[in-house]
Write a protein that binds this ligand. Structure first.
Ligand code: FAD
Length: 460
């Protein structure tokens, strides 16, 4: 919109909200942000869920939009592939792509969030207020009710429009749901799995205890352990496990002896470098994993949901944050369309965006099954071999589903899902039927995969 004097209120200064504040500040809007937690740059609090995250090309594109990609790069540790660990402690590195220049990064949530807040606050037209929790939103009046955590005082803020980036438990989304004033659809699906964060501490000399430049995975079919490196030499380790199924689960791992026994049996090489396991296990919370879908994201031109508030997903594609950052890129494009009012902008944004966030939500569930089990299945490994060879030999002509989602930031998630799934099906079918093998000539392999993929896409 051309009137930059518009007052925009943002609820939540997490990853999405702080990037949005920065971008809208750059565009000249008056931006006020209210965040319920203390300022994570000056208070020793965990930045929320997951200490570190996989950060990839869609997120990088957003950092380029606001001109801070060099600063963000300093926070990144490249991870070239998955380092798989079997029960005997053998490891196998499976690169994410056949193209050497394609890799993902491990990044600290707190550092990245802090940088975005600092960059946003450089703009005089952006103000960020901490310890202010939004209790509800009156989306007819475009006002929000807040409570100050310290004084306990309540106050109401109004704005020309309100954008809620307050995460998976969004107060605005609850207000939509509770008011029943319009046809608001909402679904929340939990996995029967939870997660718990653990750690590998650095060595006494500050070095990494295992290979630094990989995302480590201990896939065990019905559960798994993963580890991502941090800049201080430690790794954040996450256990994904059922709450109540299987021999070991979160409900029955109740004593130090049982936890140690479980790790000894399933993750012996990890246990060797986790003298802190029992303390971590009993000090750190177990948290749930779920997918939130809803629509519409906006009410007239008054209010809008973005980031996890609109579309929380399970973490198995490493895309929740990247998708939330991409929201800001797509919203920025809607603003560029010079539409006349907020309602038109919100409508255009949601119409273009929702299909893609629905797709990444579904892909993230698929990847849960892939990571905990399929990665060690021989036919899956043969498919990976073929795809890596095709990507290496024909970098412009072939990208696997993982690459399309993670490294092809100009292909929407929905398109990546459709093409990627068809390719997967094509290769697996032809491998099962003995039509192709990883020993075949690559040119003829590429042709066969393309033809079969096209046929599957046409059938679907
Ligand atoms: P959030 O980061 O949740 O931020 C919301 C903000 O709003 C917070 O600061 C919160 O304090 C504030 N807030 C909440 N309620 C209120 C209120 N009522 N009033 C005021 N403020 C409020 N994504 C990746 O891309 N890669 C990964 O590797 C990855 N790993 C993950 C691992 C785990 C275990 C989990 C759970 C998630 C992972 N994600 C990952 C997803 C990622 O964390 C989210 O998608 C991302 O944080 C979404 O950003 P957001 O700003 O929308 O929400």
């Amino acid at each position: 919109m051309s009137n930059k004097k518009q007052n925009i209120l943002i609820i939540g200064a997490g990853l999405c909200g702080s990037l949005l504040a920065l971008r809208l500040g750059q565009r000249g809007y008056n931006v006020t942000v209210f965040e319920m937690r203390p300022d994570l740059r000056t208070t020793d609090i965990s930045a929320g869920r997951s200490i570190n995250l996989a950060f990839s090309d869609r997120g990088i594109k957003a950092m380029k939009l606001v001109g801070i990609e060099d600063k963000v790069k300093e926070l990144c540790i490249p991870m070239n592939g998955r380092m798989l660990h079997d029960k005997d402690g053998n490891t196998f590195l499976s690169n994410y792509s056949g193209k050497d220049y394609e890799f993902i990064n491990s990044i600290s949530r707190g550092e990245l969030n802090g940088l975005l807040l600092t960059e946003a606050e450089k703009h005089d037209n952006v103000s960020i207020h901490f310890n202010k929790k939004c209790k509800s939103v009156d989306f007819e009046k475009t006002t929000a009710l807040f409570q100050d955590y310290i004084t306990k005082d309540e106050f109401v803020e109004d704005a020309d429009c309100i954008i809620a980036t307050d995460g998976a438990g969004s107060a605005l989304r609850k207000s939509y749901y509770l008011a029943k004033k319009f046809l608001f659809s909402f679904s929340q699906d939990y996995l029967s799995y939870g997660y718990k964060e653990l750690s590998f501490l650095p060595t006494k000399t500050g070095d990494y205890k295992t290979y630094k430049n990989a995302l480590h995975i201990w896939p065990r079919s019905s559960f798994m352990l993963i580890a991502l490196p941090n800049l201080d030499g430690s790794f954040t380790v996450t256990l994904f496990l059922s709450y109540d199924e299987g021999e070991y689960n979160f409900n029955n791992l109740t004593t130090p002896e049982l936890v140690t026994e479980f790790f000894q049996k399933e993750f012996p090489d990890a246990l060797e470098i986790m003298p802190n396991l029992v303390d971590d296990f009993f000090e750190n919370p177990t948290a749930a994993l779920g997918t939130v879908k809803c629509s519409p994201w906006h009410y007239k031109g008054n209010t809008l949901l973005m980031g996890d508030a609109a579309h929380a997903i399970v973490p198995f594609y490493g895309q929740g944050m990247n998708a939330s950052f991409e929201d800001v890129v797509e919203f920025d494009k809607a603003l560029d369309q010079h539409l006349d009012n907020w309602e038109q902008i919100f409508k255009a944004y949601e119409k273009n965006r929702k299909k893609d966030t629905d797709a990444i939500a579904d892909l993230a569930i698929d990847n849960f099954h892939e990571m905990k089990g399929h990665v060690v299945n021989p036919i899956f490994q043969e498919k990976r071999k073929i795809e890596m060879a095709l990507e290496k030999e024909f970098p412009k002509e072939y990208s696997s589903k993982y690459s399309l989602v993670t490294f092809n930031e100009n292909v929407g998630y929905r398109q990546a899902m459709l093409t990627g799934r068809a390719q997967d099906k094509a290769i697996l079918n032809m491998l099962t039927d003995g039509i192709i093998s990883s020993q075949d000539d690559l040119k003829s392999l590429l042709e066969k995969v393309k033809v079969e993929t096209e046929a599957i896409l046409e059938d679907d």
